[in-house]
Design a protein around this ligand. Structure first.
Ligand SMILES: Nc1ncnc2c1ncn2[C@@H]1O[C@H](COP(=O)(O)OP(=O)(O)OP(=O)(O)O)[C@@H](O)[C@H]1O
Ligand SMILES: [Mg+2]
Length: 261
């Protein structure tokens, strides 16, 4: 059995740590925020529609729009939570990681943020990885979005690097045999670094836990890294997140090349 690392906290400690970190109460307040606020909006709109006050067409449209908006917010929040817990279906195709990174970068909106400087150091002629394109792009997007959040509002540098790695000795990752990297295995490594505020050392074991977030209720649900890790595990890959000595965070995503699955 491998020793627990920052990526795999001892299960018996997790709940206690989550409690200590206030993650459970944060989850409760996140649910309250995501559901109760739009719910009060819906109640108010329903009262207005059902009330004695005569409503002209304009006002009626505004109120029903309000109703719809509230229902949509609840729907979105619930779907997000259900997705994080649901099994993921995959459709595997050979993909170039540089393209996946570019797609994720576009989806995260990083390029549009004026205060974020993006540096790319992409390896050339990388072998393809056999992945579910949509899911892996989503996983990378979650990591990039966190990097951007950590650099805001001042901004900073987001560095994206890809390279080929040949394992010299075997390394274990997780329980499944397919997840292990053996000597001679070839993998593509994606490195995403930021110059943001970094992660408090004591909180590092919690970052992959569902609903653990340091962001204000309504801003972060604490599900991005849970989903990203779940997707990477499905691909028998590895996702590591560490603080950098010079400040900020380095996320390293390792995916076996298509011929080494
Ligand atoms: N690059 C980073 N720099 C600093 N902190 C980070 C970074 N990546 C993750 N974290 C920390 O890990 C926590 C969990 O991240 P995760 O993506 O799971 O949730 P979230 O970003 O808070 O919410 P969501 O992704 O659901 O919107 C974050 O709230 C943050 O405290
Ligand atoms: Mg996130």
């Amino acid at each position: 059995m491998s020793e627990p690392t920052a990526q795999s906290p001892r299960p018996e400690n997790t709940l206690r740590q989550l409690e200590e970190a206030g993650a459970l109460s944060h989850f409760a307040s996140s649910i309250a925020h995501e559901v109760c606020n739009p719910l009060s909006q819906i109640v108010l709109a329903t009262d207005l529609l059902a009330g004695p006050r005569p409503l002209n067409e304009d006002l009626r449209k505004k109120i029903t729009g309000f109703l719809r908006q509230g229902a949509d917010r609840i729907d979105k929040a619930m779907k997000q939570m259900l997705r994080a817990c649901a099994p993921i279906e995959t459709s595997m195709t050979p993909e170039n990681v540089n393209t996946l990174l570019d797609d994720a970068l576009a989806a995260s909106g990083a390029a549009a943020a004026a205060s974020i400087h993006v540096e790319k150091h992409y390896g050339g002629s990388l072998p393809p990885v056999l992945v579910d394109r949509q899911h892996v792009t989503e996983a990378i997007t979650h990591v990039i979005s966190n990097a951007i959040d950590a650099m805001m509002p001042t901004g900073g540098t987001l560095t994206l690097k890809t390279e080929l790695k040949v394992f010299e000795s075997s390394e274990r990752e997780g329980w499944q045999r397919q997840s292990w990297f053996r000597a001679g295995d070839r993998a593509v490594v994606i490195e995403i670094t930021d110059t943001g505020h970094g992660i408090e050392a004591a909180k590092m074991p919690l970052i992959f836990e569902p609903f653990y977030t340091t962001k204000p209720a309504g801003k972060g649900a604490g599900l991005g890294l849970t989903v990203a890790k779940k997707i990477v595990d499905l691909h028998y890959g590895r996702l590591e997140i560490n603080n950098r000595r010079e400040g900020g965070v380095r996320a390293t995503l390792t995916l076996k090349t298509a011929s080494h699955i």
